[in-house]
Design a protein around this ligand. Structure first.
Ligand SMILES: Nc1ncnc2c1ncn2[C@@H]1O[C@H](COP(=O)(O)OP(=O)(O)OP(=O)(O)O)[C@@H](O)[C@H]1O
Ligand SMILES: [Mg+2]
Length: 279
């Protein structure tokens, strides 16, 4: 469980707070999506949830962040990284080895995974992310999307109980993006891994995340169940966050037909609604 209480953070060289009075709880086995316009503080919040802030980014830190009961300020980054795996928005700052296999090995060896177990962990993670064929490639020869998949695979191989992913599909095509989301869903539902996912692809996010938090100018302006948050479409629009088209469609249909309907958050729901209202 991640518990954030009254967190405010200003980067050392920052002019104004990147986060202000953030309170947020992500329960064990939760799947939280974070949305918000550019510069809202999404990455900063992800870094704070993983303990990278304040350990790697100095600044003024107020409030508290606890991960499975460990206060991130008092705990070492090594202990925290065993609990929380983070996939960075900028993958190139995450990958440090010249070869895919070395990159995977680096984390596994650092985590003290036994020699016997390493090959299986590596294979499984590469397979799950769909890049078993890239294992012997050099990182420099990979596309941005392929590097992104390597970063995801090397974190998943470490089997953290909590995963924080900062726009992990930014470089991926729609099919690969869906594949990564499905993998996260599987980890969440079958292994109870807690997921915090920052994502611009709102349609996809809303299909998978059970809860949403909306950030704007360093503050959480709305949080709750995905459907509840999406029912405030106009407010989100005003902040520069687009709602999924199915949500807009269901809202317009409700208005035009006078039917009191909760907003739809996926294609199946929208299809059912259309069939019901337009015979
Ligand atoms: N390392 C840093 N040093 C100083 N200021 C920073 C640093 N990283 C981010 N900031 C500032 O903190 C604020 C929030 O940035 P952050 O990267 O968290 O936003 P974001 O929501 O992730 O944006 P994006 O959608 O562009 O990824 C911005 O004003 C940004 O300029
Ligand atoms: Mg960001």
């Amino acid at each position: 469980m991640i518990q954030i209480q009254d967190l405010s953070f200003t980067y050392k060289n920052g002019e104004s707070p990147a986060l202000q009075e953030i309170s947020l709880t992500v329960p064990d086995g939760g799947f939280l999506g974070i949305i918000g316009p550019a510069g809202a503080g999404k990455t900063t919040l992800a870094r704070a949830a993983a303990g990278i802030i304040p350990h790697h980014y100095p600044g003024d830190f107020y409030g508290s962040v606890t991960v499975n009961g460990l206060d991130t300020v008092d705990s070492s980054i090594i202990d925290l990284s065993r609990l929380v795996g983070m996939v960075f928005q900028d993958v190139d700052s995450q990958i440090i080895s010249p070869l895919v296999e070395d990159e995977m090995l680096y984390g596994l060896e650092n985590f003290g995974v036994s020699r016997e177990e390493i090959p299986q962990r590596m294979e499984e993670a590469l397979e799950k992310v769909g890049i078993a064929d890239l294992r012997d490639r050099s990182i420099a020869s990979l596309s941005g999307g392929q590097r992104q998949k390597v970063a995801i695979a090397s974190i998943i191989a470490l089997k953290p109980r909590i995963l924080v992913l900062d726009e992990p599909t930014g470089e991926l095509d729609p099919r690969s993006s869906r594949q990564i989301f499905s993998l996260l869903k599987e980890l969440n539902e079958e292994q109870g891994i807690t997921i915090i996912l920052i994502e611009q692809k709102i349609m996809l996010l809303c299909e998978f995340a059970r809860q949403l938090a909306v950030l704007s100018k360093g503050r959480i302006v709305r949080q709750g169940d995905t459907r509840e948050v999406l029912s405030h479409a106009e407010e989100l629009q005003a902040l520069g966050v687009n709602c999924p088209r199915v949500t807009t469609l269901s809202r317009v249909l409700s208005e035009k037909t006078g039917a009191e309907q909760p907003v739809c958050i996926n294609l199946d729901e929208a299809e059912n609604m259309v069939r019901r209202l337009i015979p």
